[in-house]
Design a protein around this ligand. Sequence first.
Ligand code: BJW
Length: 248
Amino acid sequence: METVDSSSIPAKLRERLASAQKVLVLTGAGVSAESGVPTFRGGGNSAVWKGMPFDLISSAEMVERDLNAVWEWFDYRRDLLRDLKPNSAHEAIAIWQDRFSEFTLVTQNVDGLHQQAGSRDVVEVHGSIWRARCVACQEAIEIPRNGPRPNECQSCGERVRPDVVLFGELLPPGAFEYAAHMVANCEICFVVGTSALVYPAASLPEIAKANGALLCEVNSERTPLSNFCDFVLTGKAGELLPLLNSDL
Ligand code: BJW
């Protein structure tokens, strides 16, 4: 395992990247931190909402108990996100879309900033804050960026909830299976800005490694995954990822 800081990118990693065709990137909240989005476990503002820890307010139990409170929490988060812009980490990843013949971006983020930076076909394993979903028929409804969110399902009239994956809930049908298939077949797997604590997303790097991929973590701190990686790039994703494109 090679650990570096933002002053250098190992030549071996550059070489592997230069010849790679199949690359997968798994991102977490840290990739959006430099855009101003608070992380969950990084001590940011959103870790507690009105005295409730985020893993209680962002839980299946809370949707049952108090859907209005859950909406308040997500309304607050959408308000915060509305004017935020993608940063140089999102932009560097968007460039990779056309750099490799097979590129997959899997994100745990619900903020939509990868798409705003130009990434396509993003696998959103934890859903999107910009969608609501009917609690009965499951129909998804886009939430306008600058308008009111829907209160009820246009098809069946039932209540709607945020279309995000809360603790204790299953991931969107097929999303994890697709990500697991792609990660099992990639040559290099980058794990960017995630504490690698939340399953099943945290098992994707394990699948990559078990199938012979080179594993590279980009994070401002060490995580439980660090010792398992071939390369650990320690620093801000917005500073490190553009360095990987500097020879393009
Ligand atoms: C930077 C940076 C910079 C900062 N540059 N880096 C196996 C074992 C134990 C438990 C489980 C298990 N399998 C399942 C579970 C239960 C649970 C789970 O994993 N719990 C663990 C916490 C122990 N998982 C689930 O419940 C999942 N569902 C499931 O498994 O279904 C099956 C099931 C059903 C019924 C019963 C049991 C099982 C669903 C998980 C859904 C997670 N949802 C959330 C909320 C989404 C909605 C919302 O936005 O509120 O998703 S939780 C939250 O954590 C959010 C994130 O996507 C997710 C991951 O967080 P992430 O992205 O890693 O962020 P942080 O904040 O943790 O880390 C930021 C990192 O960035 C840090 O490392 C910083 O250092 C770094 N950083 N600045 C680079 N500039």
